[in-house]
Design a protein around this ligand. Structure first.
Ligand SMILES: Cc1ncc(COP(=O)(O)O)c(C=O)c1O
Length: 341
């Protein structure tokens, strides 16, 4: 049988970390109260509070799109809008769910290496108070970004100060927040505090879980109706203990950070290998676990016979390569060798 293709397509292609799988097996004992009323969910929420502060209000959901869209539901009214980067996941890869489900308009800002700018935000703050115009209410920032870059703490502080000054709530799409924390060599709370986050979508799936994300509120007013919104948005798990157990594993013994550090280190190793090859041009700084690179179309075709990876921009012949908690150095060695030979 042909050996399976090696994964550089996505951290979503990776399996489940063994400790996470084990945690699910361990809670699979007898019945437990459904819909989050169980002891494992209470314990996992406590762990989140240890990482993110006692006042954080934590709700588990199934997936990243559900986390983002439900968060935006809680943050906006129907005449309000969300400022985000042109390439933000909520704009490009959620099939219009924010518009359909949260019912809010997205106001797009050209990004620099995936990052939103203050000038861009400023340009979208038009006609405030004008009854004919949608009112900007939220800025959504991805950390790490869709291009695998990471905002520095200073950059986040500046964006947060601007947002607060202009009455904007801050949403953080933290599907890969652990990768950002590993890259900045800091902890989750330091990032969240720097960005003045009101509502965080925290990613578990890309960090070694089977499925599950958390929506975390730092502004209590916004959390007021979230129990009901989560249910309306079909993001309430009946057997929630199996999501909670995964988070317990991820947030114990620094597993989340360890997984992210490994994924990031593998991206650096891959970038080093690719950096030595003349026909390949890396197009964005490699801060987290994604590499974007331009390579000849014939090479892409050849590599696709053995490796999973996405062509990001066909016109540029630009590909996206992603590493995960279980990427092996030998897989990277093989990839680089196959390019050179
Ligand atoms: C930055 C970011 N946010 C959100 C998501 C959404 O996650 P899901 O596919 O679980 O809905 C993704 C998924 O790739 C992502 O990359």
């Amino acid at each position: 049988m042909e050996s399976p293709k090696i994964n550089f397509a996505s951290d979503n292609y990776a399996g489940v970390h063994p400790a996470v799988m084990q945690a699910m097996v361990e809670v699979n004992q007898g019945p437990a109260v459904a819909y989050g009323g169980d002891e494992y969910t209470a314990a996992a929420i406590q762990q989140f509070k240890q990482h993110l502060g006692d006042t954080a209000e934590v709700f588990f959901v199934f997936n990243g799109t559900g986390a983002n869209v439900s968060a935006l539901c809680a943050m906006t009214q129907s005449h309000e809008a969300v400022i985000c980067a042109e390439k933000a996941h909520i704009q490009v890869d959620e099939c219009g769910a924010p518009e359909k489900i949260a019912g809010c308009k997205l106001l797009l800002v050209p990004d620099i290496q995936g990052k939103i700018t203050i000038e861009g935000m400023q340009a979208q703050l038009q006609r405030i108070g004008d009854q004919h115009h949608v009112q900007a209410r939220v800025v959504s920032i991805s950390q790490s970004t869709e291009y695998g870059t990471v905002y520095t703490l200073n950059e986040l502080q500046e964006l947060a100060a601007f947002a607060k000054e202009h009455g904007l709530y801050v949403h953080m799409d933290g599907a890969r927040l652990a990768n950002a924390a590993a890259s900045l060599q800091t902890d989750l709370k330091t990032i969240v505090d720097a960005a003045g986050v009101d509502v965080l979508s925290f990613g578990g799936t890309k960090n070694g879980m089977m499925l599950g994300e958390a929506v975390v509120f730092f502004t209590p007013l916004l959390a007021k109706s979230f129990l009901y919104m989560r249910k309306q948005n079909m993001q309430l798990a009946s057997k929630m203990r199996f999501i909670s157990a995964q988070f317990q594993a991820l947030l114990s013994n620094d597993l989340s950070l360890k997984n992210a550090r490994h994924a990031n280190a593998m991206a650096q190793y891959l970038a080093q290998g690719l950096g030595k090859i003349n026909s390949i041009q890396i197009t964005h700084p490699v801060h987290a676990n994604a590499i974007f690179a331009i390579m000849p179309p014939a090479l892409i075709e050849k590599l696709h016979t053995r490796y999973h990876f996405h062509v990001w921009d066909e016109r540029l012949s630009e590909v996206r390569l992603m590493t995960s908690f279980n990427t092996q150095p030998e897989e990277i060695d093989a990839f680089v060798r196959d390019i050179i030979e």
